[in-house]
Design a protein. Sequence first.
Length: 88
Amino acid sequence: MPMMSSAQRRASGAAVALAALALLGCGLARKHRVYEPDGADVGLARFTRVGEWRLVADATFSGALRRGARLYSTYDRTIPHGKKPCPT
């Protein structure tokens, strides 16, 4: 296999970097439908659209679980500032 030239290496590196940025942008733009756990008992399906970063914080500080196809978060969004303590 012949060696790649410097220009070819730069071009392939730039293509990989652009692909990584495109995938990162798609991940940041992704929204999840997170249901409230208390509404499931009554039959009301209240949900909030949450971005990927907020979902990570929800799962870290209070928990998120999946029941069937629905995603539930137990994070209390009524707290004005700060985060609840980590359950672990």
